[in-house]
Design a protein around this ligand. Structure first.
Ligand SMILES: C[S@@+](CC[C@H](N)C(=O)[O-])C[C@H]1O[C@@H](n2cnc3c(N)ncnc32)[C@H](O)[C@@H]1O
Length: 228
């Protein structure tokens, strides 16, 4: 997404980037690790979850990046109109409760000529295990996301005003500790993975993969578009 949005390989010196639904600050980390701290790029990391904002803030301070992290609900971004040159949401748009409103906010805070970018799961590496582990529990229709096809993506982005919609496929492997992964899932799915469901899921994953590392394959879409 950083390449597709034009921020890499070399960002414009006046780039002001919103890392929208930033989580622990993965995008900012990749960006600053690639372009260095003196590139002139400014990043604002925003997330709804306090724990994520704290983690991103810590990273920013430790690395001396030209960045800040703050609580920011994607449905009501605490930023003025026409502010950012880039508004990037890495695996966030499918988690907001009202994507239409979040898209309107993405548009509003972008400067004319600015770029919006999303990555969206087509088949996330966690979905099959979650369905088996919580068999019988009513889950959202993970496999029916409108973010899977260019046609439905155009139908969502065009009415908001975005143009030049570009959708590219992405396949990647995630490797990590099972305990960290299960904990992270609990942060993402606060409504599903609570109480008995959380225990069931954790027990299933530990039984299947042990308590070491595991690898999962993900397919996703990288989406970019312009605010004219
Ligand atoms: C799958 S994580 C991705 C985090 C990060 N972008 C990354 O690439 O690692 C999704 C993030 O969306 C955040 N989120 C969910 N709803 C949100 C909202 N309404 N406004 C802002 N952030 C939200 C969650 O707190 C979580 O950090």
């Amino acid at each position: 997404m950083l390449l597709q949005s034009g921020l890499l390989p070399e960002p414009a010196a006046n780039a002001v980037v919103l890392d929208n639904a930033c989580g622990s600050g993965v995008l900012a980390t990749i960006l600053f690790n690639t372009v260095g701290v003196d590139s002139g790029v400014k990043v604002v990391c925003g997330d709804l979850a306090e724990v994520m904002v704290e983690t991103a803030s810590k990273r920013i301070q430790e690395n001396n990046w030209n960045a800040e992290a703050r609580i920011a609900d994607a449905h009501q971004l605490p930023f003025p109109d026409d502010y950012f040159t880039h508004n990037l949401m890495n695996f966030g748009i499918q988690l907001v409760s009202n994507s239409e409103l979040a898209l309107k906010e993405c548009f509003r805070v972008l400067q004319p000529g600015g770029k919006v970018g999303f990555t969206a799961w087509v088949h996330p590496g966690w979905v099959d295990d979650l369905k088996v582990a919580l068999e019988g529990v009513e889950l959202p229709a993970f496999g029916k996301s409108p973010w899977r096809t260019k046609e439905s993506i155009l139908n969502m982005l065009t009415p908001v005003g975005f143009t030049n919609v570009d959708v590219q496929p992405l396949v990647f492997e995630h490797r990590g500790k099972i305990s960290t992964f299960v904990r992270y899932m609990g942060i993402l799915f606060t409504k599903i993975l609570v109480g008995e469901n959380a225990d069931k899921y954790s027990a299933y994953m530990t039984k299947k993969y042990g308590d070491g590392d595991f690898t999962s394959t993900w397919t996703a879409a990288i989406i970019t578009a312009d605010k004219p």
